[in-house]
Design a protein around this ligand. Structure first.
Ligand code: C2E
Ligand code: MG
Length: 602
C-alpha cells in the first residue's frame, strides 16, 4: 500500500475511533449523573428490569431502597452549590464503601439515591441492611471547615417469589414490576419522612389513603404546568369602610385529573420540597400579567394583584431580574403588583432578603408581610425591613371573638400599622361579628368569605367590573341532596361510629390502597354521611368502600360522595350515594333494621 493510502486508512481509523468514543461519551452522559459519575434514573430503571428478570428466573429476591436527603438546599444557599456538591460526593463515598460492588447504586434525582440490594434470604436481612445504611448517616459530613448533619429517609420495596406480601406477579412483565417497585419504594419513602428524621419504612399495601394522595400529588406536580392543570383564583381585598375593591389576592389551584380541585395547602409544601415552586411561581406571575392585560382591553378597571412567594423562590438566582423580565414581557405596570412574603423568609438571610426587597420596591413593586399575628416576632422585623402592607392571619381573625388576648393583640396591630403608615389587611373575615370588631378597631382592609370566596377568573371579573364588593350572608356551598332523598330508615349515631374507608375505583381505574379511619354520622339503605380529614373530589367518580362492625354485624358497602362541606379547618363532611344493586340494598336494609332494634333496646 502506498504511503498516502496508509495515511488515509489511518486517518479514517482515527475518525471511526473518535466517533465511537464520542458515542460512548454521549451514551455515558445520557445514562450517568455528571457530578458523581453514578448511573442515573434511566440506567437504574434498565438495571432494575434486568435484575427483576434474573430474580424471576433464579427464584431469588431483591429490594429497591429509595433514599432521600434533606439539608442540601440549606447548604447550597448558605455555602454555595460547590459545597453542596462536595457533600453529595462524600455521601456517595460512604455509601459505596458499605454497599460494595454487589449492590447497585444510582443517583435517582438531585437529592434521591436508589439502591438495588440483592439475594438476601428474608425480610429481616433486608431490614438489617436498611438499618446499616441508615446508620451511615448518623455521623455528620465535613464540608470545608463545617460539619453538617444530614437527614436521610428511606423507602423500601421487596420483590421475591418467597417473601410473603411481595408481588409474585407471573403475569406482569419486568417493566411493570420494576415500575411498581419504584412506585412502592417512593410511597414508603413518603411514609418514612412522616415518621421523622432518619427513618426507613418498608412498603405495605396497607398504606393510608392520605399517603397515597400525597404520593400521587408529588409525582404529578412536575407535569402539572405542561398539562395546563393550574388555575388562578382571585379573592377581592376590600376597603372595610367603603367596600371598594382595593386589590385581589391571586391564589393557585390545581385541577388534578383524579383528585379534582386541590387546594394549595396540600401541594405548596411538596412544590417547595421538590423545587417545582420556582416554575410554578413564574407560571402564576405570567398568568396574572396576562389576565390583567385583558382587563385593560375589556374595559374592566385594573386592580392591584397580590401574589404569594415562598422563601425558596427568593433563593432563585436572579430572582428580581426574572420577575422584571416577566413584567416587561407583558408590559405590566409594576405598581399593580404586590408580593407577599412570610416571616420565615425574613428570619433567614437578612441582608440578601433586605436587598431583594429594596430592589423590588425600586422597580415599583409593593411588598406585603403575610400571616401576621401567629408568630408575633414578625412585628419585630418591621424595624428592619421596609414593608408596605401587613396581612393579619386568618387563624388570628377566627379567634378574636373568643379570646380576649387575641382581641387586644389585634387592636394593637391595627394601631401599630396605622402609626407606621403601613396598610393593614385582615384575612379570613367570615362573619359580621368579626367585621364589626375590625371596623370598630379602624382596620383598613380585609378579605374573607363574608365578602367573597376566591373565585375563578370570569366570576371575579364580574365583581371587579362594579369596583365594589359588599359583605353578604354566607350561603351554604353544598346542597344536601342525598339527605333529602334518604328514605325513612336512617340510623343517626351519637357519638359517631368509627369505620374503615378505602378507595376501590377512581373513574374506571381500579385502586389498591389501604384503609383510613373515618366517622359515620348516619346511614340509610341508599347512602350515608361521614366525616374525614381527607378531601375527596365530588366532581370525580370516586368509588369508596366502607366497612364497620355494629353489634357484631359487619356492614360493608360502597358508594360515591355527592356533596361535601368543610365543617372545620381540615375536616370534611360528605354525603354518599350507595352504588349497590337491589339485592345488596335489601340485605343492607335488613341489617340496618336489626341494628336499629338493638339501638332502641339500649
Ligand atoms: P394565604 O396567603 O394566607 O392565603 C389566604 C388563604 O385563606 C387562602 O387559602 C384563602 O382561600 C383563605 N381564606 C380567605 N378568606 C377566608 C375565610 O374567610 N375563611 C377561611 N377559612 N379561609 C379563607 P388557599 O387559597 O387555600 O391558600 C392557602 C395558602 O397557600 C395561602 O395562604 C398561601 O400561603 C399559599 N398559596 C396559595 N397560592 C399560592 C401561590 O401561588 N404561591 C405560593 N407560594 N403560595 C400560595
Ligand atoms: Mg397570602
Amino acid at each position: 500500500m502506498a504511503f498516502a493510502d496508509v495515511n488515509r486508512v489511518n486517518t479514517k481509523n482515527e475518525e471511526i475511533t473518535k466517533k465511537m468514543e464520542m458515542e460512548k461519551r454521549i451514551n455515558h452522559m445520557a445514562t450517568h449523573d455528571e457530578l458523581t459519575g453514578l448511573p442515573n434514573r434511566i440506567s437504574f430503571k434498565q438495571e432494575l428490569m434486568n435484575q427483576c428478570d434474573s430474580s424471576r428466573n433464579e427464584h431469588s429476591s431483591l429490594a429497591v431502597m429509595m433514599l432521600d436527603f434533606q439539608g442540601f438546599k440549606y447548604i447550597n444557599s448558605a455555602l454555595g452549590i460547590q459545597s453542596g456538591n462536595q457533600m453529595v460526593i462524600q455521601m456517595i463515598i460512604r455509601l459505596k464503601a458499605f454497599l460494595g460492588i454487589k449492590n447497585f447504586i444510582s443517583r435517582y434525582s438531585e437529592d434521591q439515591f436508589a439502591i438495588i440490594a440483592k439475594d438476601l434470604r428474608n425480610p429481616e436481612d433486608y431490614e438489617a441492611m436498611a438499618q446499616s445504611v441508615a446508620s451511615l448517616f448518623t455521623r455528620p459530613f465535613k464540608v470545608d471547615i463545617y460539619e453538617f448533619p444530614v437527614t436521610m429517609n428511606m423507602g423500601i420495596s421487596i420483590f421475591s417469589h418467597d417473601i410473603e406480601n411481595s408481588k409474585t406477579a407471573d403475569d406482569e412483565d419486568s417493566e411493570q414490576i420494576s415500575d411498581e417497585l419504584i412506585r412502592h419504594a417512593n410511597v414508603a419513602l413518603l411514609w418514612a419522612r412522616k415518621e421523622g428524621k432518619n427513618h426507613y419504612q418498608f412498603y405495605s399495601s396497607d398504606i393510608s389513603i392520605q399517603n397515597y394522595k400525597q404520593f400521587e400529588l408529588r409525582n404529578d406536580l412536575r407535569k402539572a404546568i405542561e398539562k395546563n392543570q393550574f388555575e388562578v383564583y382571585y379573592q377581592p381585598v376590600v376597603q372595610l369602610e367603603t367596600t371598594e375593591i382595593l386589590a385581589a389576592e391571586a391564589l393557585i389551584r390545581w385541577n388534578h385529573p383524579d383528585w379534582g380541585m386541590v387546594s394549595p395547602q396540600e401541594f405548596i409544601y411538596l412544590a417547595e420540597e421538590t423545587g417545582a415552586i420556582v416554575e410554578m411561581g413564574k407560571w402564576m406571575l405570567r398568568e396574572i400579567c396576562s389576565n390583567s392585560k385583558n382587563w385593560k382591553q375589556k374595559g374592566i378597571p385594573q386592580t392591584k394583584v397580590t401574589i404569594n412567594f415562598s422563601s425558596i423562590q427568593f433563593y432563585e438566582k436572579d430572582f428580581v431580574e426574572n420577575i422584571k423580565s416577566i413584567l416587561d414581557e407583558f408590559q405590566f405596570d409594576p405598581k399593580f403588583l404586590i408580593i407577599e412574603l412570610t416571616e420565615s423568609l425574613l428570619s433567614k438571610d437578612g441582608d440578601k432578603v433586605m436587598a431583594d426587597i429594596q430592589r423590588l420596591q425600586t422597580l415599583g413593586i409593593k411588598v406585603a408581610l403575610d400571616d401576621i399575628g401567629t408568630g408575633l416576632s414578625s412585628l419585630a422585623y418591621l424595624n428592619t425591613f421596609n414593608i408596605d402592607v401587613l396581612k393579619m392571619d386568618s387563624a388570628f381573625i377566627r379567634n378574636i371573638m373568643f379570646d380576649k388576648k387575641t382581641a387586644i393583640i389585634a387592636r394593637t396591630i391595627v394601631n401599630l400599622a396605622r402609626d407606621l403608615e403601613i396598610k393593614l389587611v385582615a384575612v379570613g373575615i367570615e362573619n359580621w361579628e368579626q367585621l364589626s370588631f375590625l371596623q370598630e378597631a379602624n382596620c383598613h382592609a380585609g378579605q374573607g368569605y363574608l365578602y367573597s370566596r376566591p373565585l375563578p377568573l370570569t366570576e371575579f371579573e364580574n365583581i371587579l367590573k362594579s369596583g365594589k364588593c359588599d359583605p353578604a350572608f354566607l350561603e351554604r356551598t353544598t346542597i344536601d341532596v342525598s339527605e333529602e332523598k334518604r328514605q325513612s330508615l336512617r340510623l343517626d349515631f351519637e357519638p359517631f361510629i368509627e369505620a374503615e374507608l378505602t378507595i376501590i375505583k377512581i373513574l374506571e381505574k381500579k385502586m389498591n390502597v389501604g384503609n383510613t379511619k373515618i366517622l359515620i354520622k348516619n346511614i340509610g339503605p341508599s347512602g350515608l354521611c361521614f366525616i374525614s380529614n381527607i378531601k375527596f373530589p365530588i366532581e370525580q367518580e370516586f368509588t369508596l368502600r366502607f366497612t364497620t362492625i355494629l353489634f357484631d354485624r359487619k356492614i360493608e358497602t360502597h358508594g360515591t360522595p355527592v356533596w361535601i362541606e368543610e365543617i372545620e379547618q381540615g375536616f370534611y363532611q360528605y354525603g354518599v350515594d350507595f352504588t349497590i344493586d337491589q339485592n345488596e340494598r335489601e340485605e343492607l336494609t335488613e341489617t340496618l333494621i336489626e341494628i336499629q332494634a338493638k339501638l332502641t333496646v339500649q
